[in-house]
Design a protein around this ligand. Structure first.
Ligand code: ADP
Ligand code: MG
Length: 321
């Protein structure tokens, strides 16, 4: 690489995100030294983005940096955890300064916004690939898991799932849209918003939670089966954004909301006795979440419309073919 690895790390990653008192040693030594607060459990997640697989190869670099951290933040949000420390393993075809500048700006801005310090990583040459490990903390014994739900728990989802899948299709030229809708949908793919504040607040109400990364239907199925339950999903209650409906029509929008992917929203279950308190203390309009169904004893997920179970067959990977 033209830029030495040392200079690259110094320039783009030495000070990235916030500085934290619990980082005893950060970037620069063989490993980082971190202090976990008493009464807390360490929470760890890692996710890799491969160019051409998880993002279009010529994506804006700031988006690649943002998404690499956002997907991990979303995993911590789903546990009700607060993020603290990140490690970044970066594989680059070349040390291109303009790319690195924009990538680190996207990554570090999101880290700052969520109180995260970049404390280490690895830099190698090869096909573009970004792997982030994110560490955080949750009060011991309090973490939300996928498996804590019970039949009768009410199901909710944050945001408007389906937008990111349409945004990706726009990015890849598989879909066309007028400018206003286009910029909203693209942003939902390029710069997803991990629901950190909501996840942490849900510790006081929810029995189970999962982040929606592979499509609401599949991820809800995972939450339900981890909870040894099934679910009923109300087709007409699915929250849809106006731009999505405008661009693909209502039926397609519902299909994308169920199967789209890359949403990074939270799907969570709340025991009936907590629902009134949840709705009063975290008003859904302000916190941006919607009731979509309930867990039930029988396995599997049924999509119900006008009181009857729908035959729902989704078209798989390419919704725009
Ligand atoms: P080592 O050979 O001991 O792994 P490296 O040269 O890979 O050392 O890394 C030197 C220091 O820079 C280490 O503290 C490492 O954590 C950090 N580092 C390397 N690459 C990155 C990166 N992309 N982002 C943040 N820190 C990094
Ligand atoms: Mg190394």
């Amino acid at each position: 690489m033209a830029l030495s690895e040392f200079a690259l790390i110094e320039r783009y990653f030495r000070t990235c995100g916030v500085s934290r008192a619990d980082v005893k040693l950060g970037v620069g030594d063989d490993a980082a030294l971190l202090t976990v607060a008493p009464g807390c459990t360490l929470v760890a997640a890692t996710d890799t983005l491969v160019a051409g697989v998880h993002f279009p190869p010529h994506s804006p670099p700031a988006s690649v940096g943002h998404r690499a951290l956002a997907v991990n933040l979303s995993d911590l949000a789903a546990m009700g955890a607060r993020a603290a420390w990140a490690l970044l393993a970066l594989t680059l075809p070349a040390a291109e300064e303009s790319w690195l500048g924009e990538f680190s700006a996207g990554f570090c801005a999101l880290a700052r916004a969520h109180g995260v310090a970049l404390v280490g990583g690895d830099t190698t040459r090869g096909p573009l690939c970004v792997s982030v490990t994110l560490l955080g903390a949750v009060p011991s014994g309090k973490a939300l898991t996928r498996s804590g739900g019970h039949p009768g728990d009410v199901l909710f989802v944050s945001g408007t799932p389906g937008d990111a899948a349409a945004g990706l299709a726009l990015e890849q030229g598989r879909l066309q849209a007028p400018d206003s809708a286009r910029s909203w949908l693209r942003e939902r793919f390029l710069l997803p918003t991990p629901r950190m504040a909501l996840g942490e607040r849900l510790l006081a109400y929810a029995s189970a939670c999962i982040d929606v990364s592979d499509g609401l239907l599949g991820d809800l199925g995972r939450l339900a089966s981890a909870s040894r339950a099934g679910a009923v999903l109300d087709y007409d209650e699915l929250p849809l954004s106006q731009p999505l409906v405008e661009v693909v029509g209502e039926e397609r929008a519902r299909e994308l909301a169920l199967t789209g992917g890359d949403d990074y929203e939270l799907c969570f279950a709340v025991p009936p006795h907590n629902v009134t308190r949840l709705l009063a203390e975290l008003p859904p309009q302000r916190w941006g979440y919607t009731r979509i169904g309930a867990l039930r004893a029988a396995a599997g997920v049924d999509i119900v419309r006008d009181g009857t179970v729908m035959e729902f067959s989704h078209s798989g990977y390419d919704h725009f073919a």
